[in-house]
Ligand binder design. Sequence first.
Ligand code: NAD
Length: 457
Amino acid sequence: MKISEILNRQRNYFSSGATKSIATRRKVLIRFRESIKNNESAIIKALKDDFKKPVFESVATEIGVVEKELSLAIKNIWKWQQPKKVNSSILNFPSSDYIYYEPYGVTLIVAPWNYPFQLAIGPMIGAIAAGNTVVVKPSELTPNTSAIISKIIFEVFNPNHVTVVQGDKEVATSLLAERWDYIFFTGSVPVGKIIYKAAAEHLTPVTLELGGKSPCIVDETARIKQAARRIVWGKFVNAGQTCIAPDYILVHTSKKDALLKALSDEITRAFSDNPESSPDFARIINKKNFERLSSMLENVNIYYGGKLTNESLYISPSIVTDVTLEDKIMKEEIFGPLLPVLTYNSKEDVSKIIHSFEKPLSAYVFSRKRSFIKWFNASFSYGGGVINDTLVHFVNDALPFGGVGHSGIGSYHGEESFYTFSHAKSIVKKGTWLDIPVRYAPYEGKIGLLKSFLRWF
Ligand code: NAD
């Protein structure tokens, strides 16, 4: 079916009011959760076939995340949808004031490959809960996962309500040529700019979930062994192909040697001497990214790892030292299992390095010094972060997840997803039993009264 036809049908479906009933939305979300549960082993297999994603990671970071989001929406949809009563202004006396949440209409979700299930389904939950229709385009780089997403969605939904369009950049371009009521994109900064421009043509609101170089600071007071364990976990889960993975480490010079040793010990403990044979370490998604990452290892000092296996797209968990900001590895988001460790001596060093990049999606600080943590939080702007751990801000659905500046626009997760896909409509309900005449012309003699009003309230 032509894209314009899909869109027309969804627009008619939306206009018919079919997505309005909260009970129906809730029912379909329950069916969605059921179907995901029933297809769990197929999803795990697809992720394994696409890039050897470990089973534990598929359950924890793809299926589990989505099921949790679904359960939250199913439980709270009635509450979220309720109009919120806000304080009314005395200037409007007598009135009662409300915010109503209404769906935008026909929405487009474009997803990346790195968490291909979660990042396609996650935003859909908010969109459906809020009463929109959805066209989702999963990534072309994970064909097995995209196929199972498609199967589940066609099983659960009327395609006039929710449907999948598979394809690459050409298909994405055709989708963007249409007029949408909302576009939710997760992916790279350059494609984010393309999406933003296309949306601007129609003044379509967007959420852009992008990436960046997320720093990880380890100061002289950090518990080094614990920091190393938490960094290795956050960096090498999904073979480093995580938008919020620590991109590079800035360690206080006095702790460099201790941290390097602890990091390498931890990699060995987690993935053995030969991570290539570990069932718990994923592969690089494709040849293009394999080559991009391999080239980052040229002319740098490899402290640990550095093994590349072309045929299976394996890159070992690797630690790189003595890099400068001019090296390729520091010129772009790494998005793979390479961890550069840089050193600093003063806060000024930290500032200079972090400020040399665009605002990142995340930042992590390992420290037991309150003043340092306070200084860090006050000094840098980034999407979100964690003190003394990595990635875990992602798991709390009470925290909006998203970037700032070049790392993104808008946020979602939990309740925030519902509001992301809803227009907040402000309504003043005015009483008819009183009509204070001050605002009506003629204005003569009323300005003093007006000023007093404005001063008091
Ligand atoms: P990508 O931007 O290459 O692709 C994302 C999606 O955009 C895919 O569906 C792709 O088909 C589509 N696309 C590609 N070219 C397009 C074009 N010219 N016009 C329209 N659509 C196009 O990103 P990727 O390689 O799949 O993912 C990696 C990037 O995503 C990294 O930068 C990472 O940091 C970021 N990311 C961000 C988050 C987040 O939540 N903020 C999560 C995961 C990944």
